[in-house]
Design a protein around this ligand. Structure first.
Ligand SMILES: [Zn+2]
Length: 90
């Protein structure tokens, strides 16, 4: 399948049930971490740079479908067609 990461003006949508907001995302991330240790060896990752990121699957939390998630434009991206019901008000 190979679903992409939505861009700034895009979002995911489940074509099966219309879910826009809840997904289980399985992704492979390749990152470079800045690990800061103290002299005893304890430490934390203080900074993480994502070098590459691949979405393996996006699963709808509502209906459980893994093959029906599509990318659509966000409502803010094109205000011309705003006749949709505004349930996403926060
Ligand atoms: Zn769904």
């Amino acid at each position: 399948m190979g679903i992409a990461i939505p861009g700034d003006s895009e979002r995911w949508r489940c074509t099966g049930c219309g879910n826009l907001t809840r997904f289980d995302v399985t992704r492979t991330v390749r990152s470079r971490d800045y690990v800061h240790l103290d002299l005893s060896g304890d430490g934390d990752v203080e900074e993480r740079t994502v070098l590459s990121e691949t979405i393996e699957s996006v699963r709808c939390r509502w209906c459980g479908a893994t093959d029906s998630v599509e990318i659509i434009a966000r409502p803010d991206a094109d205000r011309g067609s705003s006749s949709e019901s505004a349930t996403g008000r926060s």
